[in-house]
Structure formats: structure tokens, C-alpha cells
Write a protein that binds this ligand. Structure first.
Ligand code: E4P
Length: 235
């Protein structure tokens, strides 16, 4: 499963890239507004920071406006994916943009019937929001299972991008169900790394290492070993 960062914050994106952890980016108008920066230069910088799909959301309410925005977005960088909402106008825009070979992420998906229509309209990604469903006592991950079954039944190629991810269990459940991508805030990405046994295990190893006499614990090989020819090394 691919991991995307759901963020427009360049510092977070750079840090996640340095971990080798992310395959792409999703943003939305709320995340962009949080940065308080000019939209297009920010968009370009995000594309130059992460080598993978970058979803940017249209803000028009009608299909004509979404298509016009989408066309402009797509000219900026080959990795741009245009986000359109799962409304009738959004579906119209998805159809038109995908006919022009512009990839669309259909967002704000909350039901399997919506996901079916997104795939039929030609969506490249569909974004079901699991956390927001959980928030209103509906089972977000059950929606992912339904979409996966429907897309598999009919051979739709639209990729399932699990969105509104709130914690590591969402990520693991998405991977178990065979989702294509999970997008998450930086805090969730950090939580994926953390395990208390890793921290305490490392503490113990390093404490034990301190018990070695100073003369024995150089981590640089002595000249005699460093100079060994390649053939005498183990494969
Ligand atoms: C996805 O593309 C959305 O930007 C995002 O996952 C929404 O998450 P939220 O429900 O935590 O705002």
C-alpha cells in the first residue's frame, strides 16, 4: 500500500521524504489555507519536494469552473492530480478531465454508491473519508471493504485512496483490506514509527554498549580490517 502525506506543510513533507516514507501528497483547501501562502507557488514547491502524485483540490462549485481550474493545475507539474468533489458537478468535471487525460481524485466520498459513480466517471483515485464516517458512528473501514469488493467485481481501475485517517489502526486496516493508498496527517505518520519496545530496547542496547571499555568500542574499523580486499568479504 502506498502512503501519502495529507499536508501542505513543506517542513512536514521534507521530513517525511527524508524517512523514505511517502509516495505522494494530498491537500485540500483547509490544509492550503492553514499555510497562509500563495497557492500556485506553494503547489509548485510541494511538487518539487515530493516525487509522486500531488492532489490539489478545485474550489469551483460548477463543472465548468472545476475543469478550468483542473486544466491550469495540470499544466504546473506532471505529478498533479486534480481533486473534484463527489457531487453531480464533480462527476461531470471528472468525466471531462479524464477524457482529456488529466487524472482526477474524486474526494469527499462517503458511500459505496458514490464510489461506483466515481469509477464510472473515470476517476484515477477515489477518496473515501473513513475518520469522518467514524465520527458520526458509521463504520469507515466497512466502506473501504465495500468499495474494494465492487471495484474487484467489475475490474474498475480507480485506485482506493483511504482518506481522513486518524490513527495507525486505520492504516493497518486499510492495508489488510487491500486499499491502494492511505493518506494521513504527519502526526499519524509519526505514530506509525513509534513503539515503546523499540525505544526501551534501544535504551538497553546503548546502555550495555557503554559497559565496553573505551578502548574496545571504536565503531571505525582498525586499518588491518578496513583494508581487506573485496573478495575476502562475506556476500
Ligand atoms: C483527503 O484528501 C483529505 O484531505 C483528508 O484526508 C481529510 O481528513 P480530515 O477528515 O481529517 O480533515
Amino acid at each position: 500500500m502506498k502512503i501519502f502525506l495529507d499536508s501542505a506543510n513543506l517542513a512536514e513533507l521534507r521530513e517525511a521524504v527524508s524517512w523514505g516514507a511517502i509516495d505522494g501528497v494530498t491537500t485540500n483547501p483547509s490544509l492550503v489555507a492553514k499555510e497562509g501562502k500563495e497557492f500556485f507557488p506553494l503547489l509548485k514547491e510541494i511538487c518539487e519536494t515530493v516525487d509522486g502524485p500531488v492532489s490539489m483540490e478545485t474550489v469551483s462549485r460548477d463543472a465548468e469552473g472545476m475543469v478550468a481550474e483542473g486544466v491550469e493545475f495540470s499544466k504546473l507539474h506532471p505529478n498533479i492530480i486534480v481533486k473534484c468533489p463527489l457531487t453531480k458537478e464533480g462527476l461531470k468535471a471528472t468525466r471531462q478531465l479524464s477524457q482529456r487525460k488529466i487524472r482526477v481524485n474524486v474526494t469527499l466520498c462517503f458511500s459505496a454508491s458514490q464510489a461506483l459513480l466515481a469509477a464510472k466517471a473515470g476517476a484515477f483515485f477515489v477518496s473515501p473519508f473513513v475518520g469522518r464516517l467514524d465520527d458520526i458512528s458509521q463504520d469507515g473501514m466497512a466502506l473501504i471493504a465495500d468499495i474494494k469488493t465492487i471495484y474487484t467485481n467489475y475490474g474498475f481501475t480507480t485506485q482506493i485512496l483511504v482518506a481522513s485517517v486518524r490513527h495507525p489502526l486505520h492504516v493497518v486496516a486499510a492495508a489488510r483490506l487491500g486499499a491502494d493508498i492511505a493518506t494521513m496527517p504527519f502526526s499519524v505518520l509519526e505514530a506509525l514509527v513509534k513503539h515503546p519496545l523499540t525505544d526501551s530496547g534501544l535504551e538497553r542496547f546503548l546502555k550495555d554498549w557503554e559497559k565496553l571499555p573505551a578502548s574496545a568500542k571504536s565503531t571505525k574499523p582498525p586499518a588491518s580490517l578496513a583494508a581487506r580486499p573485496a573478495a575476502s568479504r562475506r556476500p
